[in-house]
Unconditional design. Structure first.
Lengths: 822, 194
């Protein structure tokens, strides 16, 4: 980091302090500014990929395999070509002519764009019909005849590791089985020693099921090759347009300056729109070859069945502890089902993402993880679904295991947590697996949360209800999680070699208004508002005078994109630094205007003006300075008022939270009712409390979906279940309860504005709180774990197993089970 | 272009009569989005589960991906683009649209038009819905961003705003008069008061 940026990172006035000062009335940090982007969305003027229409535009329909594992003998497209409106049918052979039959995954694997010889998961892309409208394309796809020889499918890790298992990736050189990689972290020897010397050890198997981000807008693209300019423009549902431009260039051979990627309005991402999918490549290739615009938009079933899944980790967790609950060691063994291609989305050097954060919020001296990843005939993926690269699985493991230990020791889970928290005075804290946590105050968060829900009162109520053999079981679940977000640093984290920095360019115009361009883009996070707030805060401008642009590689500075909660930690930092660079230049102009030495000018955060030191009534505003920059600039300086910053963060940020979930379980049906969900988040300094609360609501709702409803499974023939919205159950307004939010503020010491990022904390933190609550409700009968999704039938079976069910007939009397008396 | 059967249909969309010559199999949502270029109505699932394509047809919220355009021949359709033109809309936004903005009832915005149209049908039928009634009315519309809480608040906000406008217009007295009249009619008919 340059010394200039290093200096700007720590502002001379200490930076924003939203706690002490809830903004300055100009829409800066800490203010509940209503979102700038909303008007176009509430009036139907949003511009999503499928809304884009171009003259002569053709449509793509992909022919997909009904089999999970099969040899393709022949593809006959002659009947399809007879269909009115069909222009072309593409197969792997056609793409091979342009060297586009295969594409790289983010983890150094190669995936077929269209199957060349072997289908490796159900619904894999086999051929593409290009037609004049979407109906004709579908008609054409119906007529494509594919001759398959079915092969034996393998759909889980156990079967994949069997000695006689068919080798799924015989195309990979040297691949004699289905094992992809082994990954380990921590000190195995020290950890084993901790277990040998422990007073108590506990172990639990848990499965973090395969789920899907399922944004309401599916993936799609409109590729528009302009033969006059030899330029390919691709409008696509992209969370990382710059990185996608580079990948498109490397894969297609089209020079990078002749490619423009535009990520228009994007209808939710959650990690689903980070990878490159075959459909994008097909649309781009077809547009390039046919020299006409081509649109590809997925249907929901295609989205759920083929674009990347998340989780699918089978984990065994073990904890070693003293008899009074001090954790001395943790180890875990994981089987990871990566599907047919190793296409997980994470930084290159982290094949298991940031799973090594699995010591969580606790000071655990010894830790070791062992993970084996396998190919199977399932859809590829392993993306960071609203989380920072596998942190969700890691935090689920530790937050569940702490409860298992508490149960073993017959201790209060809150007490076990408190006993093991990393103390607030030991930050920066280096964990046993090598992370440096920037800041935290976990005990304060837990105390505030317990008070917020009247924890003692709940425990008493639970006791009473158990004694009264109540019809409903009450459970209280805690989760005191730590997130790790904001990748880079660039030397540690890269995507396909691209260092994970981010960027911002600010142009202040002569009339004092500003255009801000950022390297990240938004899929609903509200960047057009929150990034304007950062600039308003740092330049003393009114938020209404700032417009934020994003998502167009022709105009925005290079950045790595929005996922893993990296926008605020990285691009937010770049924005603050960029604003401070502008402010530095503005200071010189202000001195000229005020006719004093620059050393005698101070910037006053509260009024947002430049003042003469000691004489605050002599001041100029940023608007006046902007005017002077273009109309009366100091002769020794360049005119204009702009700055750009590419920010490589010195570390990641570690937001955290304390969640409490209170459930009631119906003993007759196994149905879970979330009576309360209380979420306290500490994301450092807060930019817009309204946006933060909205993000927490959404993340908790997704966590509830994960915990109670959502799952993708495969039968032994490789048929997917959960491949459409009729079987993949996304929660509705009737399943999601009213949520309570709260916060503490522990600023990040290294972030220019002390912010940490929050969007993913609730998806990470909520599932263990919910499972802990459900297990707690049944713990008096000996239940220690239940896997997600905790559907009523699964919960009822568990209740039945431990004798906690109730028969409705007992409640309703004899008449209920007999014949009706009406 | 094709040999598929076509028909001429007439739809009144946002108050404007539109005549279309389209294939009988064409979905209403495609007619709205692609033939009439009203892209505020979205497509999120193809199976009627997500509600992104919700429009108000003859006063009722329907999923336009579950109906052929030809089945809607002769009907009146309101889409999100028509909301600002309604009499109860202020100078800028309709109170429901304003509610979504004021209460942060949207994030990515993709489900929002469908949510607004489901809310419109609800508030037309029930001017003062309870929270559970709102949740039920939007339960056919999936949102992946907001957790629904602020959407519920947005609809409550709109109900309040619309109620105040109605009261200011003397709407309350009109309603009362109508209710008394209904009551009297019911008594004359010998039935139960409605």
């Amino acid at each position: 980091m340059s010394s200039e940026v290093e200096e700007l990172r720590h502002d001379e006035d200490g930076g924003p302090d939203p706690e002490a000062n809830k903004g300055h009335g100009r829409g800066g940090m800490g203010e509940e500014v209503k979102r700038k982007e909303d008007k176009r969305f509430v009036t139907g003027r949003g511009n999503y990929v499928d809304d884009i229409k171009r003259p002569g535009m053709l449509h793509v329909e992909i022919v997909r395999s009904p089999h999970a594992h099969a040899r393709v003998n022949d593809i006959d497209s002659s009947a399809a070509m007879e269909v009115d409106g069909v222009v072309a049918v593409l197969t792997a052979e056609d793409l091979a002519a342009y060297d586009l039959a295969k594409m790289p995954t983010l983890m150094d694997d190669v995936q077929d764009v269209l199957v060349s010889d072997t289908v490796r998961f159900q619904s894999q892309e086999v051929a593409a019909v290009i037609a004049e409208d979407r109906y004709a394309a579908k008609d054409g796809a119906e007529k494509v005849r594919v001759d398959y020889d079915r092969l034996e499918p393998v759909v889980d890790c156990e079967s994949a590791m069997a000695e006689d298992a068919p080798v799924i990736r015989e195309d990979v050189e040297g691949q004699a089985d289905n094992h992809i990689f082994n990954w380990q972290t921590g000190d195995e020897e020290a950890t084993d020693r901790a277990f040998e010397e422990a007073d108590v050890t506990v172990s639990e198997d848990m499965f973090y099921q395969r789920i899907h981000p399922a944004p309401i807008e599916t993936c799609g693209a409109v590729a528009d090759f302009d033969p006059g300019k030899d330029k390919l423009t691709v409008y696509m549902t992209s969370q990382a347009p710059h990185a996608h431009r580079t990948v498109f260039s490397l894969v297609s051979g089209i020079p990078e300056h002749k490619i423009r990627i535009v990520s228009p309005d994007v209808g939710g991402g959650f990690g689903n729109k980070v990878p490159v999918y075959p459909g994008y490549v097909i649309a781009a290739a077809a547009s390039y070859v046919l020299e006409t615009p081509v649109k590809w938009v997925e249907e929901r079933s295609e989205n759920l069945q083929t674009t990347h899944f998340a989780r699918d980790y089978e984990m065994t967790g073990e904890i070693a502890a003293t008899s009074d609950g001090e954790i001395t060691g943790i180890r875990t063994d994981v089987l990871a089902n990566h599907g047919a291609f190793n296409a997980a989305a994470q930084p290159t050097d982290f094949p298991a993402g940031f799973f090594k954060i699995f010591t969580g919020s606790y000071d655990i001296p010894a830790a070791h993880a062992n993970l084996d990843a396998y190919y199977t005939n399932c859809a590829p993926g392993g993306i960071a679904y609203r989380c920072s690269f596998r942190v969700t699985e890691a935090i689920y493991l530790i937050e569940r295991m702490v409860d298992v230990l508490a149960d073993e020791l017959d201790m209060d889970p809150a007490e076990v947590r408190r006993k093991n928290f990393i103390p607030k005075d030991s930050f920066p804290y280096e964990s046993a697996t090598g992370w440096e946590y920037d800041s935290g105050d976990y005990e304060r968060a837990l105390d505030q949360a317990l008070e917020g829900v009247d924890y003692e009162g709940l425990l008493e109520e639970q006791q009473e209800r158990r004694e009264n053999d109540d019809d409903k079981l009450l459970g209280i679940g805690l989760s005191t999680f730590t997130e790790i977000v904001g990748a880079g640093p660039g030397q540690q984290c890269d995507i396909m070699g691209l260092e994970m920095f981010d960027s911002c360019e600010i142009r202040v115009h002569p009339t004092g208004k500003a255009t801000v361009r950022i390297g990240v883009q938004t899929q609903g996070q509200g960047h057009e508002t929150t990034f304007a707030q950062i600039v308003a805060e740092e330049l003393g401008m009114n938020v209404d005078d700032i417009v934020v642009e994003h998502g167009d590689t022709d105009t925005e500075p290079y950045g790595l994109g929005t996922y893993a909660s990296r926008s605020t930690p990285v691009a937010g930092a770049a924005t603050a630094i960029s604003a401070r660079k502008v402010r530095e230049k503005a200071k010189g102009i202000a001195a000229d205007q005020l006719e004093v030495d620059e050393a005698d000018v101070v910037w006053d955060r509260d009024s947002g003006a430049f003042q003469v030191r000691g004489a605050p009534d002599q001041s100029v505003s940023i608007t006046e300075v902007a005017g002077a920059a273009y109309m009366d600039h100091p002769m020794e300086d360049e005119p204009g008022l702009e700055a750009v910053n590419y920010y490589d963060p010195p570390n990641m940020t570690y937001p955290f939270g304390a969640y409490v979930c209170v459930v009631e379980i119906d003993r007759e049906t196994g149905e879970i009712d979330i009576r309360r969900f209380y979420a306290l988040d500490d994301c450092g300094n807060r930019i817009n409390p309204m946006v933060i609360e909205g993000q927490v609501h959404g993340g908790v709702a997704q966590g509830i979906g994960t915990a109670l409803m959502e799952e993708v499974t495969y039968d032994e023939d490789g048929n997917i279940h959960g491949g459409d919205f009729m079987s993949y159950l996304v929660p509705t307004a009737e399943e999601i309860p009213e949520m309570e939010t709260d916060y503490t503020v522990t600023p990040s010491p290294h972030h220019p504005i002390g912010a940490k990022g929050v969007g993913e904390s609730p998806t990470v933190g909520s599932p263990p709180a919910i499972v802990n609550a459900v297990v707690d409700a049944m713990s008096h009968a000996g239940v220690r774990h239940i896997d997600m999704p905790m559907t009523p039938d699964r919960v009822w079976a568990k209740l039945d197993e431990v004798g906690l069910t109730k028969d409705p007939a007992d409640r309703l009397g004899a008449g209920a089970s007999g014949t009706a008396d009406d | 272009m094709s040999a598929n059967p076509t028909s001429e249909i007439t739809l009144t969309v946002n108050g404007t009569e539109e005549t279309l010559e389209i294939e009988d199999r064409r979905l209403l949502v495609h007619a709205i989005r692609e033939d009439l270029d009203l892209t505020g109505t979205h497509i999120g699932c193809d199976t009627g589960n997500c509600g992104a394509c919700t429009v108000v047809k003859d006063g009722e919220a329907i999923k336009s991906c579950l109906m052929f355009a030809s089945q809607a021949d002769g009907s009146e359709i309101l889409t999100v683009e028509g909301m600002e033109e309604l009499p109860e809309a202020g100078e800028e936004l309709h109170p429901i649209q304003a509610g979504f903005k004021e209460k942060h009832g949207l994030q990515c915005g993709f489900c929002t038009p469908g949510m607004i149209m489901a809310s419109k049908a609800l508030l037309d039928a029930n001017a003062n819905p309870s929270e559970p009634e709102i949740r039920t009315a939007i339960s056919g519309n999936l949102c992946r961003c907001t957790g629904y809480q602020n959407i519920v608040s947005a609809v409550e906000y709109a109900a309040d705003e619309l109620g105040q406008t109605a009261a200011a217009d003397g709407g309350f007295l009109d309603d009362l008069e109508a209710a008394v009249e209904d009551h009297d009619t019911a008594r004359t008919d010998g039935g139960e008061p409605s």
